[in-house]
Design a protein around this ligand. Structure first.
Ligand code: DC
Length: 230
């Protein structure tokens, strides 16, 4: 059976990564969470005072060669974790502190260029499920299967809020909803590769759909495409 490239894009907190991970596991494909890469660069920018009260975007861009990103497999968990300059930052990159700055960092063309090149490199062998915002439009415009996930802002904020509470973060629902809406706006209006549905992507609204149903449908799409390619 021929291996394909699967691109999963969409708004924040639509559950892209959950489905992408399950799909990769079921197909025995590699899973790549590109949001983790933008988050790790953002963490570096925060730690080195390039973003915060005052931004120094030029300084951050000049410092790019010193940012080393690596997905390191965690065999116990059966997935890869983001390492920034040799340190596992998987937990830190998911905090609200990083979420509050990441969309801004992701607008910087030099950063997008560096990360997109790395992502293209990871996909040369196919057999990959990658999720993000510009995978079907910029990273893999020739992907055989493209899914564009959407859900209402309320449904997404509710999911994100639960996740953050489970992780012990002290946040309010309003704060999370505001972050989701703000990121939607920045992600879809930025100049360099804004979030948009690729013309040949399947739009998938999961506001009222459980995980099992979502997985079942998307897995079927994938099997159909893989079958067709024989
Ligand atoms: O998927 P996520 O919420 O972890 O992504 C974090 C941020 O990174 C998101 O607000 C926009 C940015 N991002 C991007 O611009 N392009 C991608 N391919 C992935 C993420």
């Amino acid at each position: 059976m021929g291996k394909i490239t699967i691109a999963i894009d969409g708004y924040s907190s639509t559950g892209k990564s959950t489905i992408a991970k399950q799909l990769a596991k079921a197909l025995n494909y590699v899973y790549v969470d590109t949001g983790a890469m933008y988050r790790a660069v953002t963490l570096y920018a925060i730690q080195n005072n390039f973003v915060g009260d005052q931004d120094d975007i030029e300084g951050l861009v000049n410092d790019l060669p010193n940012i080393n990103l690596k997905f390191v497999p965690n065999t116990d968990l059966g997935l890869s974790e983001m390492h920034l300059n040799g340190k596992n930052v998987e937990k830190e990159i998911r905090t609200m502190k990083v979420s509050g700055q990441v969309s801004k960092v992701a607008t910087i063309p030099e950063i997008r260029h560096k990360l997109v090149e790395m992502q293209k490199q990871m996909g040369t062998e196919k057999g990959i499920v990658m999720d993000g915002r510009d995978i079907g439009t910029v990273v893999f415009p020739n992907a055989e299967l493209k899914i564009f996930m959407t859900a209402s802002p309320n449904a997404r904020a509710t999911r994100r809020y639960k996740e953050l509470l489970d992780r012990g973060e002290d946040v309010s629902f309003e704060e999370v909803l505001e972050n989701v809406q703000k990121r939607d706006f920045i992600d879809s209006t930025r100049k360099t590769s804004p979030l948009r549905k690729a013309d040949d992507a399947i739009e998938f609204d999961n506001s009222d759909m459980g995980l099992a149903e979502q997985f079942g449908r998307i897995h079927d799409f994938a099997l159909r495409v893989i079958g067709k390619l024989g």
